[in-house]
Design a protein around this ligand. Structure first.
Ligand code: NAD
Length: 513
């Protein structure tokens, strides 16, 4: 029955057994080798997608360049109307798309639906934004002059995305880029190509219904080599890349080498600080959801828990107890808390991390391990582990994309906890659990958390689209989604207009002819 539901979802989303992986809208092609998508849920083959060759890519860029001329001239609120219709289509297809996300990526069905909801939310946000892309006006120092700034579309935005948010990350970028007047070329993760095909089908219908040209929404498929088409191409003024820090460093250097712009959303090593004034019940819910939700495969997953020594044993006991109740299994079954990792390589990384932690002197508090047998045949299901460790351990300093929670201890003042929390290379998300105003404000102060996201009495994961999303240091410094994140998708222009018959120069410079 489960399988049948997936079949039905695939049909509703226009996915066939073999799909062309390159598209400029309604026109699909792709002459490269085939990519097979299998589900980490049950190991079953789902469908194939053709990869994009350089020649395919050239066709896409040509169409995108042409389309940009039409799209940029459409008033922004009219572009917003297209995004509104896209949001409506997503509402209609929320269930099948949520199911595909869950089945192809392995997150729970609830989280799959949540991801589609995030797409709908960003569409709503972008519709409003389409009437608010405003610059400032300034007072000129010269008489009879007016000075202001405006934001113009940039052109083609290249989007390279990770497997763990296979649909939302694209929409955070595209919904804003489209209202800003840009056209997009998306290269989804090679681990979740079908989610990409489904999304492109949805937007292509909307564009067609509005008689808009090919090239406004494009997709290319394949591995990092196809991603390089975008990072190396100076016809692509902005590359938005989401994924590992390793990838980000390569893409950033390539794009910078041609003086293009990049928007980077990379790895995190997120911590929750638990102070003597923490609410234990909230702490445990926040930490467990943060550490095991999406099987620890969120960029904002909780990786470290920094607990005051006076609370340590109490927190430890509560966590062990909570982990004992976790149900691991098919994520489409709503009774399960933890689904599979994306593939067996991820399982190997998980095991290596646990081995290395032990070598460095860690104590395994909740034993991990790979699950076998009925329901676990994909080989991708692992047990969430808790490891008592030290912040300076090499393995703790790294992001392991799996459900491993490092339990760390601090003594004395909250500043000691903040030091530990900041003492990693990454700077995405952070949180403090406290009812003490002084501690909370210290955590949020200039001397507090150095992350892009800092929460009080909430865990590290589960951001809302209204705020700007992203992080510092090796997380890459980019911001997406809400607030003024839209500005990165536009070019800024300062305009000075003289409405007199004189030509006074700035700074009072005299130049007489
Ligand atoms: P990954 O780096 O392996 O791949 C991400 C994407 O980059 C894929 O589409 C891949 O094909 C492409 N890519 C890889 N090397 C490239 C290159 N040299 N040139 C061009 N493209 C290249 O990451 P992943 O395993 O898919 O995702 C997990 C990672 O993503 C984690 O580190 C996670 O923290 C991060 N992530 C960050 C955010 C954020 O907003 N900060 C969000 C989601 C995921």
């Amino acid at each position: 029955a489960q399988n049948f539901q997936i079949q039905e979802a695939l049909e509703q989303l226009g996915i066939q057994q073999e799909n062309n992986g390159t598209s400029t809208g309604n026109h699909w092609f792709g002459s490269g080798s085939m990519l097979s998508s299998t589900s980490p849920v049950d190991g079953a083959f789902i469908a194939k997608v053709s990869t994009s060759t350089k020649e395919d890519y050239e066709q896409v860029v040509e169409k995108a360049q042409e389309a940009f001329k039409t799209w940029r001239s459409l008033p922004a609120p009219q572009r917003g109307e297209i995004v509104r219709q896209f949001g409506d289509k997503l509402r209609e297809l929320k269930e099948p798309l949520g199911k595909l996300v869950s089945y192809e990526m392995g997150k729970s069905y609830q989280e799959g639906l949540g991801e589609v909801q995030e797409m709908i939310d960003i569409c709503d946000f972008a519709v409003g934004l389409s009437r608010q892309l405003h610059g400032l006006t300034m007072h000129s120092e010269r008489p009879g002059h007016r000075m202001y700034e405006q934001y113009h579309p940039m052109g083609i935005v290249g989007i390279i995305s990770a497997f763990n948010f296979p649909v939302a990350v694209w929409s955070w970028n595209t919904a804003l880029a489209w209202v800003c007047g840009d056209v997009c070329i998306w290269k989804p993760s090679e681990k979740t190509p079908l989610c990409g095909i489904a999304c492109q089908n949805i937007i292509a219908t909307v564009l067609k219904n509005n008689n808009l040209p090919e090239g406004i929404s494009c997709i290319i498929n394949g591995d990092y080599k196809v991603g390089e088409f975008l990072s190396q191409d100076n016809r692509v003024p902005l590359v938005s890349a989401t994924g590992s820090t390793r990838m980000g460093k390569i893409v950033a250097q390539t794009v910078a080498g041609r003086l293009g712009k990049s928007l980077l959303e990379l790895g995190g090593n997120n911590a929750i600080i638990v102070t003597p004034d923490a609410d234990i019940k909230m702490t445990v819910i926040g930490a467990v959801f943060g550490a095991v939700g999406t099987a620890g495969q969120r960029c904002t997953s909780t990786r470290r828990l920094i607990v005051h020594e006076s609370m340590y044993d109490q927190v430890k006991e509560a966590l062990v107890n909570a982990y004992g109740q976790l149900k691991i299994g098919n994520p489409l079954d709503q009774n399960n808390h933890v689904g599979p990792l994306i593939d067996t390589d991820a399982v190997a990384n998980y095991q290596n991390a646990l081995d290395q932690a032990v070598k460095e002197g860690a104590n395994i508090l909740v034993l991990g391990g790979v699950l076998e047998g009925n329901g676990y045949t994909s080989g991708c299901y692992v047990k969430p582990a808790i490891v008592e460790a030290k912040n300076e351990f090499k393995i703790v300093q790294q992001e392991t994309f799996a459900p491993i929670l490092y339990l760390l201890r601090y003594t004395g003042d909250v500043t000691n906890a903040i030091d530990q929390q900041n003492n990693v290379a990454q700077g995405l998300s952070s949180a403090i659990m406290t009812n003490n105003l002084r501690e909370a404000e210290r955590f949020l102060s200039v001397a507090g958390s150095d992350c892009g996201i800092a929460n009080v009495n909430i865990g590290t994961s589960g951001a809302e689209i209204g705020g700007a999303f992203g992080g510092e240091k090796e997380t890459g410094g980019g911001r997406e989604s809400g607030s003024d994140a839209w500005k990165v998708y536009m070019r800024r222009q300062t305009n000075t207009i003289n409405y007199t018959t004189e030509l006074p120069l700035a700074q009072g410079i005299k130049f007489n002819l």
